[in-house]
Design a binder for this molecule. Structure first.
Ligand code: G4P
Length: 537
């Protein structure tokens, strides 16, 4: 059977793929991701007024508030994909969980996008989570567009922020727009491509509707904005002169990042950002396969599971596997094959997910996100395909830094305990490690951020009816090793038996208390195989 979709169809798939922009917003909590998401969707006329995306402050929430934990902490635990139109393009905004500790989940989401918007708070600059997420984008080759937000209030100097991007992230910022007025005194914007005019904005109270935009020619801008206008032009020139200039290839290779300024809250600069996603971000392209070669977008359907979410809707107790379509056409009801098992799977219950509301997904193209409900066989990282086999490389596992032994509080519920732990493992909520010493009745849970443990505690009690206790272990580093390495470690007596573990995918993981312990072992045993998992710092 040919892998290609029939010729007439192939043309259509190409056209549809070319119209798709699949992207995520990466930022540190509070930088304004939810506000920006609302503003983007507002500009794209997906929703009538801002406030529909985020559940904060009693507004209608699109991001489902399915967990009490989420409400208690005021954070977004769920992940949803938002689809909207802009300039004849289909925008797929894949939401990333917002909390600093939900790292592993967030990182995986980035495997589903072709571009990321890095949102930076003008006053706080490059914060920790932003830097970590940026490093994941770099690692995965995801190009990054920078949006410096909150320019409506006092913040740092624009040039200084660009220096930080250059020096800390080692990527060259190339401004596409420049703010007219310092942070806190935002008058408008000037585009690098046309410094003969200024976009002046009138702030709308509350920012619930797009800010009024007025186009001033050079003469009026100079006369009415005076020194502020001149300063903006001088600074923009300075910033452009010191850099290599705009180069689409360098952007796609992650060497440069186009920079935008604005204010999500007052809807300033958001349209230009949205235009940039259409004009600069890549459309879905061919994807490398695990055994070499690539799946072209015009080949038959293939997709990758990048997230599994349980109980999004408490009324239904369901489990949704989110799939990013990589090639071909997804049609609801089609039979697809799961690469890992070779088993076929019916896709009757397919939905595109718009926050808490579900729309039945009948046809999806490369770049789109489909939610498959109750597809219990699916795991994060799975490839699904039709026709010729496709298998995409596994998603990276990030280096856990927090470890705890899990025990059921009520041993008569050990069946529920095992079921819950294995489900959370499959969803990728935590990595589950088993040591010979403790056995699988007392698995070691490994997390990138400690809050992942809170999710486990909560879900084990409320969802799997097996409350657990967690005993934290004094390790902070994990390395993948081989059987020989494990034996050497065991003999060295440097680590105890419980520090030699096997992850559910079969990988042997050695745990170390700290880098001094690790370094001392490496010095004594330089030939032992110890592979660093992907670090996020
Ligand atoms: P997050 O999803 O990244 O965590 O951030 P979120 O959008 O919730 O924004 C965090 C805070 O920053 C919010 O204020 C929001 O109103 C504010 N904010 C976002 N963008 C801008 C901006 O462009 N300018 C200004 N001045 N503020 C901005 P809050 O008072 O903490 O929350 P809320 O009660 O207003 O929702």
């Amino acid at each position: 059977m040919s892998t290609e979709t029939p010729a007439a169809n192939a043309q259509q798939v190409l056209q549809e793929a070319a119209r798709r922009r699949t992207f995520a917003v990466i930022s540190h909590p509070d930088a304004g991701k939810s506000t920006l998401t609302e503003a983007l969707a507002l500009h794209a006329h997906a929703i009538q007024s801002a406030g529909a995306v985020h559940g904060k402050g009693g507004r209608k929430g699109v991001t489902s508030d399915w967990m009490e934990l989420e409400r208690d902490r005021g954070i977004s635990v769920t992940s949803a994909a938002l689809q909207f139109g802009h300039r004849d393009h289909v925008m797929n905004l894949v939401d990333t969980p917002g909390h600093a500790d939900f790292s592993e989940d967030t990182y995986r989401v980035l495997s589903a996008v072709d571009c990321a918007i890095m949102l930076v708070d003008a006053a706080k600059g490059l914060e920790e989570q932003t830097r970590k997420l940026f490093s994941v984008c770099r690692h995965r080759g995801v190009p990054v567009i920078t949006f410096i937000n909150k320019w409506d209030r006092r913040g740092r100097e624009a040039l200084e922020l660009l220096d930080d991007i250059q020096n800390i992230l080692e990527i060259t910022p190339v401004p596409q727009v420049w703010p007219v007025g310092a942070a806190g005194n935002l008058r408008g914007l000037v585009e690098a491509a046309n410094t003969e005019q200024m976009l002046r904005y009138t702030r709308v109270p509350g920012g619930t509707h797009a800010a009024e935009e007025e186009l001033l020619d050079f003469g009026r801008a100079a006369a009415e904005e005076g020194e502020t206008w001149e300063t903006a032009l001088e600074e923009l020139e300075l910033a452009l002169d010191s850099g290599p200039g705009w180069d689409p290839q360098a952007f796609r290779e992650g060497k440069i990042t186009p920079v935008f300024f604005g204010s999500a809250l007052t809807n300033i600069g958001v349209r230009l950002l949205l235009d940039a996603v259409v004009d600069l971000a890549p459309s879905p392209g061919a994807r490398e396969l695990v055994n070499g070669g690539a799946r072209e977008v015009t080949d038959e359907f293939s997709g990758v599971v990048f997230k599994i979410q349980a109980n999004m809707d408490p009324a239904h107790r369901d489990r949704i596997a989110f799939i990013r379509v990589c090639s071909g056409v997804f049609e609801r009801g089609m039979n697809v094959t799961r690469a890992a098992s070779g088993r076929s799977l019916a896709t009757k219950y397919a939905h595109t997910v718009f926050g808490a509301e579900r729309t039945v997904a009948d046809i999806c193209y490369p770049g789109d996100v489909v939610g498959l409900i109750n597809a219990t066989a699916l795991r994060v990282g799975d490839t699904l395909y039709v026709g010729k086999k496709a298998e995409f490389p596994p998603l990276p596992a990030f280096a856990p830094e927090h470890f705890a032994v899990a025990r059921p509080k009520d041993i008569s519920r050990s069946k529920q305990f095992r079921k819950g732990i294995s489900q959370l493992d499959e969803e990728g909520v935590v990595q589950v490690l088993v040591s010979d010493r403790r056995g699988d009745q007392a698995p070691v849970l490994a997390a990138v951020g400690p809050m992942q443990f809170d999710v486990v505690l909560h879900r084990m009690e409320h969802e799997f009816s097996s409350p657990i206790a967690l005993d934290h272990l004094p390790y902070s580093l994990a390395r993948v090793t081989d059987a020989e390495g494990a034996a050497t470690l065991d003999r060295s007596r440097l680590v105890t038996g419980e520090a030699l573990t096997r992850r559910s995918d079969g990988a042997l993981l050695a745990l170390f208390a700290d880098k001094w312990q690790l370094n001392s072992f490496v010095r004594g045993n330089p030939d032992v195989y110890l592979e660093t998992l992907i670090a996020t710092a």
